[in-house]
Design a protein. Structure first.
Length: 402
């Protein structure tokens, strides 16, 4: 009897087990969703793993949304990533990296879901226009940047900018009465505005903050100086008006290379025995410009330097100064002695001869000026002067034709 009961029990326990359907294998996938390009880890029970780029209907803390697959977790690369590698990536990105967990994939998106989302995106423009009209009517100091309407219709998010805190309670009441849904007002900064509205940068690619950057870390002017970039704000600023985020990408490598170079104004010695003072360095090429003891300048590789922070060598002795010849004073001129047996020269006669020479020079200058004036165009030509055999001037002869 006991054996029969045992057999019946085993039979009854096996029958329900055989009738149960096998459980679908559960998996995890990284999904990007929302207007701010948020990213998170979502669990799913789909029949097959969704490929990157597949549209999914997901459930988040905000409601039902439409997301895009980035990569699957726990699988073979390159279309999959190990869970340990994902954790390491999030840890290296920083403590404030916006990565959500706990969401679920509801189903694959069908054409109707995609059409509904496109319709909501078009209506968001009308919602932004209506909100701007209400802001103007209420005289609120704020600027509407964008509006996001999620797929399930549970919430509408209004992104705005304002320098100060704003009391928008009355505005929320009017928006809720108009659209009959939950209204969320989110204040953003200049970089978030570029993430929402920016398209392409001067490099020809989409803005990094819009495409893949999630954590916007501060950028300093020191990074631009270390990378030898131009310090013109118009050339190193992005769409947001702040310094471009790409200045941070290579900052770590530049800093490591800079630490390998010697400091300026220090003395170093190369493997060839060259001793010089560091005048400048180049980070990328790892070249060092030295000033030798004899004031010559050379460029050497950083790998050739074997000793650094040396004591300054003694200055070479200056060359002996040449003795300048001593100039002797010239003796004063002696007056010319008077001719022997003759009277001293007459000073009055000398003055008269000098005056005659000066008068003759003046007359020659006047005659030259008169000749130049006569050659000038438009001037009247003077009649030729006629002189006789003794050099005396004669009056001009009258022309019989006149």
């Amino acid at each position: 009897m006991a054996a029969l009961m045992t057999e019946q029990t085993n039979t009854s326990s096996e029958t329900p087990g055989e009738s149960r359907k096998p459980k679908r294998p559960s998996g995890q996938v990284v999904v990007r969703y929302g207007r701010m390009m948020q990213i998170g880890l979502f669990g799913h029970k789909l029949k097959s793993r969704p490929a990157p780029g597949t549209k999914l209907v997901i459930g988040t803390e905000r409601g039902t949304e439409l997301g895009t697959v980035v990569i699957n977790v726990s699988g073979n690369p390159p279309w999959n990533i190990e869970d340990e590698s994902l954790r390491k990536y999030i840890a290296e990105s920083g403590k404030g990296y916006p990565f959500t967990r706990g969401g679920k994939v509801r189903r694959r998106a069908n054409p109707q879901d995609i059409n509904d989302q496109q319709h909501l995106d078009k209506s968001a423009k009308d919602e932004a226009t209506f909100c701007r009209e209400q802001i103007k009517a209420l005289a609120i100091d704020m600027k509407i940047v964008a509006v996001e309407h999620i797929l399930g219709g549970e919430r509408a998010v209004f992104y705005f900018m304002s320098e100060d805190r704003v009391d928008f309670r009355e505005l929320v009441k009017r928006l809720a009465g108009q659209y009959h849904t939950r209204i969320e007002m989110r204040q953003i900064g200049a970089r978030d505005e570029a993430r929402l509205m920016g398209d392409y940068e001067r490099c020809g690619r989409q803005c990094c903050c819009r495409e893949y950057l999630k954590l916007l870390k501060p950028i300093s002017m020191r990074m631009a100086k270390v990378q030898k970039a131009t310090l013109d704000p118009a050339k190193i600023s992005g769409r947001c008006g702040r310094l471009m985020c790409c200045l941070r990408y290579e900052d770590k490598e530049y800093e490591e290379l800079r630490r390998k170079l010697p400091h300026r104004s220090t003395w170093v010695r190369t493997e060839d025995g060259v001793v010089g003072k560091v005048l400048g360095t180049q980070i990328i090429t790892q070249l060092v410009r030295l000033e030798l003891i004899d004031k010559k300048q050379v460029a050497v590789s950083n790998d050739e330097i074997v000793e650094r922070d040396m004591t300054a060598p003694p200055k070479p002795a200056p060359p002996p100064e040449r003795k300048k010849p001593i100039k002797t004073a010239r003796p004063p001129r002696q007056p010319k002695p008077a001719p022997e047996g003759g009277a001293p020269p007459d000073k009055t006669a000398q003055k008269q001869s000098q005056k005659k020479t000066q008068d003759a020079g003046k007359r020659r200058g006047k005659s030259r000026r008169r000749r130049k004036k006569s050659k000038h165009p438009g001037a009247l030509s003077a009649p030729p002067q006629v002189r006789d055999g003794k050099g005396r001037q004669q009056p001009p002869k009258n022309n019989p034709s006149n």
